[in-house]
Design a protein around this ligand. Structure first.
Ligand SMILES: C[S@@+](CC[C@H](N)C(=O)[O-])C[C@H]1O[C@@H](n2cnc3c(N)ncnc32)[C@H](O)[C@@H]1O
Length: 286
């Protein structure tokens, strides 16, 4: 399986930049809270991110679950609390995984955490899975959605399912500076060349005095809805549901957005103008 272009030094360098950037972000996210103490304090607590998909996830009792791009492990712990037999979190960033291990231990959750690129997940982890779960800020870090879908399919046993919830590619295509309104400034379709950013912050509010991100360079890719769905279908999966929503987990344009009752964000004026998120489920035929 492996990375989209495993021996291409340019591809490797981008993953290295992203790894260093995510190691720094992990420290910032822990400092911001990230719901960790709530998860540790209440043994039945499930993160709101996982909770919103409880119906789609169904009964996880006795199931084997792969959580791709698990970051600090908060959703991974939640999946274990929903009764899964085995939960494996995979992430590129050792800084994220070190913190995820601490979260899991303090929360009393017996999850496995594996350092690997998503593209190497099949080789890095033994066994097949009933569910691949991956959500919120995931596909933008991956250059090739076709190769990603093949990895997902290879991890699933027959009748196994995937649940993907992520930022909508139209949302991702809008530029950062919205002083003149919402403008399409980034590619909607997948390109080999990434969007390269210099960021000293992240999508959380860190307390005053927290060290800014030192490794600021990060690379992202957009993937159109058609490319995502085609990738899953070409990998042999059957699409079961697909929904677009006007709500987001984060607010890149605070001046244009408002908080919803369930703690998410949407455009203050005429939110139906733009899809901010989508969620899909698919399965590998038996
Ligand atoms: C936005 S976070 C996922 C967030 C998750 N929803 C959460 O809040 O817990 C993105 C994660 O993807 C990981 N990541 C980025 N590129 C990756 C890759 N190629 N393979 C595996 N993990 C990757 C980062 O290290 C980071 O932990």
């Amino acid at each position: 399986m492996g990375s989209p272009a495993p021996h291409d030094p340019a591809v490797e360098r981008r993953f290295e930049d992203n790894r260093a950037n995510w190691d720094d972000r992990a420290a910032l996210h822990v400092a911001s809270g990230y719901g960790i103490e709530e998860l540790v304090a209440v043994p039945t607590r499930i993160t709101p991110e996982v909770d919103q998909d409880r119906e789609r996830l169904g009964d996880l009792t006795g199931q084997d679950v792969m959580h791709l791009q698990c970051h600090l492990g908060t959703d991974t712990v939640s999946l274990a609390r929903l009764g899964a037999r085995r939960v494996v979190g995979v992430d590129l960033s050792p800084g994220s995984l070190a913190r995820a291990r601490d979260v899991a231990e303090r929360a009393g959750a017996g999850i496995e955490l594996v350092e690997a690129n998503v593209y190497d997940a099949r080789e890095a982890v033994e066994g097949d899975f009933d569910l691949v779960y991956t959500s919120l800020g995931v596909l933008c870090w991956l250059p090739d959605v076709t190769a990603w879908a093949r990895v997902v399919a290879s991890l699933l046993r027959p009748d196994g399912r995937v649940l993907l919830r992520d930022d909508h590619p139209m949302f991702m295509a809008v530029g950062e500076d919205v002083s003149g309104g919402l403008r399409l400034e980034q590619p909607y379709f997948e390109r080999t060349e990434p969007m390269t950013w210099q960021d000293d912050g992240s999508y959380v509010e860190a307390p005053e005095g927290t060290a800014p991100i030192a490794h600021r360079t990060n690379h992202q890719w957009n993937h159109s809805i058609g490319e995502i769905l085609t990738a899953l279908l070409e990998a042999g999966l059957v699409l079961d549901s697909f929904e677009e929503t006007p709500c987001s987990a984060w607010a890149p344009w605070p001046e244009l957005m408002e908080r919803t009752v369930d703690g998410r964000y949407r455009l203050r004026e005429d939110p139906d103008r733009l899809a901010l998120q989508y969620v899909l489920t698919a399965h590998r035929p038996g």
